[in-house]
Design a protein. Sequence first.
Length: 313
Amino acid sequence: MPAALAAALHAQSGAARWGLELAQFTECLRASAARQFGECGPGAGEIERYLKGLRLEDLALAAACAAGLAEAWEYFVAHYREALYAAARAIVGAPRDEERARELADSLYADLYGVAGATGARGKPLLAYFHGRSKLSTWLRAVLSQRYVDLLRAGRREVALDEGDDDSEGARSGARIAVAALRQPGETRDPDRERYIGLLRAALLDALASVSDEDRSRLRAYYVDARTLAEIAKRRGEHEATASRHLERCRRELRGRVERRLLEGDAPQDGRAARPGLSAAQVELCFEYAVEDWPFDLKSALGRDGGEEPGVT
């Protein structure tokens, strides 16, 4: 990365306000670009356009917090705590359960800061995984909603068997509630929001159509049937870490296919006019709106399993 570009973005981000050094911010930029492009090897011009389109101020704040800089963390707590409480209240149905909502929101802070376990030692902060492609507030609400869904999935075995045959319904219902909570009260809606979501839906359906039966089974087990990684690994006769890597690969490949479809657009077909591709910023907006409002039926898109998973008797 050219030093002049990194210095310009560092200055634009306001990172100096938090005491985040140029070398630290440059590493964050490299990590974001690596996450975006992988091993594609894009040209310098494409990387520069991508980096200039990031939420630089949000990226600098997150990086400074992840680095443990006190002033940045104090600002983060002061400016984002209430937004997280508001999202948590919507998720759990407060004001009926204000205490539970606060517990849900507060449960994130140790992970965001990087406190690991009872020792209090700093592990890798969750904020280090923010790459600046969306607003920090949007990313935080998405993390909070996923935390809620994970809690539901972990607790689903506590539900009595006679309360329902589909023990994953609670997790799916929780996911719908969590996604609804991402919408900010009084938020002005982009008139193009529905168009972007529609384009993303079409691209995702197209990407899912090319997924192998094995990967389709993995995705369905985790996202539709709400099975844990340990359960998926046991049914497939593999280590839990292997199941996790396969699932992450599935997600990464799906994201790549969807992004390419959105960037490339559609050729004219069956009397329909060609659709030009979206810009990188518009593609990122598609994903951001999907996090905030995503009426996608993954269960139907994945279809029914073609048979038993390996290792099932």
